[in-house]
Ligand binder design. Structure first.
Ligand code: KIV
Length: 278
């Protein structure tokens, strides 16, 4: 049985921390499920860590829908959230509701996430009016990083901190069921988490958030281009994968792969007949 939005809201009431990780495919989704993750976010960070793009703005709606569907197929327990790509609601806000609906009807997600932008409240309300649960996202918002100034950390001074608190309140009022706080000082995340009835999910926002999210490929050591300060690497799968592939290369070159055990064979009498016919 999948967790529901209500289960996530109840976790905050019961002061149970909410666990969130990203995933992008049918191989990793069941691993997250088996570990008991509450929410799988099919993040547009896929642009960087899977597709090698420089910006999350480059990923298409079709790519997001395809991979969201694979994650839904590969999981049974976690709530799956599809991340709305930049092109689908910031470039064309009038398409936001139909886009969100594709994540639900085609991919099978239970909710969508969208980042803060000028029309975030209007768009959020419309999607929720269409009965689709929405997770908000404030603080560092990669899709509009060019508008945020040089610092990744948002809300370090009085004015910007007040603005973040106001955004969080207005997203709750608009009907969001949770909000991601990305790269904000822990003090601001604490105030927001204490003031909202909906859960906050932090990434680089300290331990007072109601839950935590990390990018899977970062925490498993698979993405080497850069590692943000807030990432803890739980396993070095890069090293494990490299060792496995190096061994394969060596085995093929030496002839020790494949062995008899890894081959198919013909019946002896058929083989003999074939030999004699040549
Ligand atoms: O796309 C993503 O992975 C995200 C998380 C960093 C919250 O939005």
């Amino acid at each position: 049985m999948r967790l529901t939005v209500q289960d996530i809201l109840d976790k905050k009431k019961k002061r149970e921390k909410i666990t969130v990780l990203t995933a992008y495919d049918f191989s990793f989704a069941p691993i997250l499920d088996a570990a008991g993750i509450d929410i799988i976010l099919v993040g547009d960070s896929m642009a960087n860590v899977i597709l090698g793009m420089d910006s999350t703005k480059e990923i298409s709606l079709e790519e997001m829908i395809l991979h969201s569907g694979a994650v839904v197929k590969g999981s049974e327990h976690a709530l799956v959230i599809g991340d709305m790509p930049y092109c689908s609601y910031q470039v064309n806000p009038e398409e936001a509701v139909s886009t969100a609906r594709r994540f639900i009807d085609e991919a099978g997600c239970q909710a969508v996430k969208l980042e803060w932008f000028d029309l975030a409240l209007e768009v959020t309300e419309k999607i929720i009016h269409d009965t689709i649960p929405v997770m908000g996202h404030i603080g560092f918002t990669p899709q509009t990083a060019d508008k945020l100034g040089s610092s990744i950390v948002q809300g370090r001074d009085f004015e910007t901190a007040k603005r973040l608190i106001e955004q969080a309140r207005s997203l709750q009022a608009a009907g969001c069921f949770s909000i991601v706080l990305e790269c904000v000082p822990w003090q601001i995340a604490k105030i927001i988490s204490e003031n909202l009835t909906i859960p906050t999910i932090g990434i680089g926002a300290g331990s007072f958030c109601d839950g935590q999210v990390l990018v899977l490929n970062d925490m498993l050591g698979l993405f080497k281009r850069f590692t943000p300060k807030f990432v803890r690497i739980y396993r070095d799968l890069y090293a494990d994968a490299l060792a496995g592939v190096e061994k394969y290369v060596a085995d093929v070159r030496s002839g020790s792969f494949p062995s008899e055990k890894e081959c198919f064979s013909m019946k002896d009498e058929e083989f003999k007949k074939l030999r004699e016919s040549l």
